[in-house]
Design a protein around this ligand. Structure first.
Ligand code: PLP
Length: 384
């Protein structure tokens, strides 16, 4: 199998699997219990919190574990807005993950005014637009660090600089950035930041929210006083232990992985470019997570390519995994100005830690034939 959908999810690192399986076998205590088997689990959770904090340049007390990246996004946005009830405006971008966009729609229904920052053809947000809509009515700005579909990296430092002038806190969804570029909350000076375990070779169903010390936020899930009273519910202990281990491994090797995988992605990109006519690459040429290779073939349906590749056990994605079930073209590709029929032909290949040179060789061997075959039977032949 050749797995080229690492932006959708990553395989569990064997060391993470090992640690989790040890934990599940040896520990069942409730970390809130005061006797030893509970305290031991509590100590292990503290260690995992330290590992995630260290990987982000944060303090341990600033990391809250949640049930997913989606939950962290929801908590950050709704929690920050509820902490400033007199401010009724929220700013985000047009190309956020549904975890943010659908939260924004929910807020609109609750009477909030939401401003969606437009993006240019590379997916970079319009900072002038931000300047024009931000005001003392704004409760929060939330702009993702790197886009999951096209990989474009936003100018977060500049966004934060603008927001600071108005005293507005900033949240960023760093789910796709974490592990693929430096994500340091101190350098970014961001107030709230979301990450997710299953994108960094950890288990699914566990995320974290960085809350900068002093940031006003209202709890989202009510109950016991777990997670410093900010997220109730008995912890997903094995998931958190796995997330901590994944973050520890990440810190050791992300730079080396990045170097190797970016070369491999470049080989994939230039190979596709050479062999397939009229290919369009999406995303910023430089300010991008380079291991995300998103491209369109005018005149072809992405799904047909995806299925043809799947018969060869090569797994890729159309647009983003979350939009795969809907017929609509990706909102990200439409926002960067692609026509719907071109957006519907887009494929995303995303490389990860376990990809090897042979994986890319195989894709480059299979793609030209698949595309030629599908082109021959396609009724739509675009002008190029
Ligand atoms: C940018 C971004 N934000 C949020 C999420 C949601 O994370 P989770 O799957 O942990 O809910 C994803 C997952 O695809 C993502 O890519």
């Amino acid at each position: 199998m050749v797995y080229l959908d690492n932006n959708a999810t990553t395989p569990l690192d064997p060391q993470v699997a090992e640690k989790m399986s040890w934990f599940i076998r040896e520990h069942f205590g409730n970390p809130s219990s005061l006797y030893p088997i509970g305290r031991q689990v509590k100590d292990l959770l503290t260690e995992a919190r330290e590992q995630v904090a260290r990987a982000l340049g944060a303090q341990r007390s600033e990391i809250i574990f949640t049930g997913s990246g989606t939950e962290s996004d929801n908590f950050a946005i709704v929690g920050a807005l509820e902490a400033r009830p007199e401010k009724r405006e929220f700013i985000t971008s047009a190309i956020e993950h549904p975890a943010v966009l659908e939260t924004a729609r929910y807020l609109e229904k609750r009477g909030y005014v939401v401003h969606y920052l437009p993006v240019d053809r590379y997916g970079l947000v319009d900072l002038n637009y931000l300047e024009s809509v931000i005001s003392d009515k704004t409760a929060l700005v939330s702009v993702m660090l790197a886009n999951n579909e096209i990989g474009t990296i936003q100018p977060l430092e500049e966004i934060i600089r603008i927001a600071r002038r108005f005293g507005v806190p900033v949240h960023t969804d760093a789910v796709q950035a974490f592990g693929k570029m430096e994500v340091n909350v101190r350098k970014l000076e961001v107030d709230l930041l979301t990450v997710s375990s299953h994108k960094i070779y950890g288990p699914k169903g566990v995320g974290a929210l960085y809350i900068r010390k002093g940031t006003a936020i209202v709890p989202f899930i009510h109950g016991g006083h777990q997670e410093f009273g900010l997220r109730a519910g008995t912890e997903n202990t094995a998931g958190i232990i796995g997330f901590g281990e994944a973050a520890r491994i990440l810190q050791e090797r992300w730079k080396k992985d990045k170097e190797r995988l970016e070369k491999l992605a470049e080989k994939l990109k230039s190979g596709l470019e050479k062999t397939i006519p009229n290919i369009i690459f999406n995303g910023h040429p430089e300010k991008r997570i380079k291991t995300t290779v998103n491209f369109a073939y005018p005149g072809l349906e992405a799904e047909a390519i995806l299925l043809a590749l799947a018969t060869k056990e090569i797994y890729v994605s159309t647009g983003s995994a979350c939009s795969e079930e809907s017929e609509e073209a990706s909102h990200v590709l439409l926002a960067i100005g692609l026509k719907p029929e071109i957006a519907r032909s887009a494929i995303r290949m995303s490389l990860g830690r376990f990809n090897r040179d042979e994986d890319v060789d195989l894709v480059l061997k299979e793609m030209p034939e698949i595309v030629a075959r599908l082109r021959a039977i396609s009724p739509y032949q675009p002008e190029v």
